[in-house]
Design a protein around this ligand. Sequence first.
Ligand code: ADP
Ligand code: MG
Length: 259
Amino acid sequence: MELRIDGVTKSYGHGPDSKLILEETWLKIQEREFVSIVGPSGCGKSTLLMMMAGLLAPTGGQVMLGNEPVDGPPFGLSVVFQDYSRSLFPWMTVRRNLSMAAAAYKLPKPEVEARVDHALAAVGLAGKGAMYPWQMSGGMQQRVAIARALVVEPKVMLMDEPFAAVDAQTRADLEDLVLRVRDEYRVTVAFVTHDIDEAVYLGDRVLVLAADPGRVVADISVGLPDPREQIATKLEPRFAALRAEVYRLVMRPTTPAVA
Ligand code: ADP
Ligand code: MG
C-alpha cells in the first residue's frame, strides 16, 4: 500500500518554547518500495517514522496510507524498534509474543497459529516458539521482533534503526533477512538507519535528512541490481559512488559548491 507524507510539519513544545523539528515535507513511498532514511543523530528520523506509524500526530499536514488518513496506529502497519529487549515481553514465550500481536485483528485461533509458524519460519526460527526471548541472543530476539511484525501480514513495515545494537556479522544476516521477508510478504518498507552503507545496500531509494530544522535534502534512486548480495553489491562501482554521495550529503548538506 502506498504511504504518503502530505505537507507534514512537526514542532515540539508550545509558544516561545516551540521548536520546529521537521520542515514541511512531501513524500510518497510506493507500494512494495524499500525506502531508507538516513541523517545525523537528532535530525528527526524517528519523529518522521512515528508520524508514519500514527504514534505521533503531525503539527501540520497529514499522513495517508492508501486512501485513508493515519490518525492512530492503522491496521496493516507494523513497527520494529531498535530496542528488541524492551519490545518483547520476557515472561511470554516467543509464540505468545507473536500471537499477542495479532490480538487486535480478531483472527480465528488456527489462523493465528498458522501465521505464527509461517512468520517464525520466514525469519529462520522455525520450531523455536517455546523459547523465551531472554534465552536468545540479541540477533535472535530481533528476528522474533521481525516475525512479530509479520504476523499481522502488514502492508507496510516501519523499522527504526533495527540493527544498530547487534554485531556486524549478525547485522549483515539480518539485512539480508529483511530483504527476503520484504519479497515474501510483499511489504512496503521505510527503514531508518544512521549507517550509510546499510541505507544504500537495502534501499530502492535513500532519503537523506538534515538537522535544525529536520528536512529532506536528497531523494536518491539507488538502482543497484537485485537481489542484493553483501559482497557483490558492495563491489559495484555504483555502490561506491552512492555511498560517497550520501556520505557527503549527511556530513555537509548545505555546503555550496566552491566558486
Ligand atoms: P533522530 O531519530 O533523527 O535521531 P528524533 O526524531 O529522535 O531524531 O529527534 C529529532 C529532534 O526532536 C531532536 O532534536 C530531539 O531532541 C527532539 N525531540 C524528540 N522528541 C521530543 C519530544 N518529545 N519533545 C521535545 N523534543 C523532542
Ligand atoms: Mg531516532
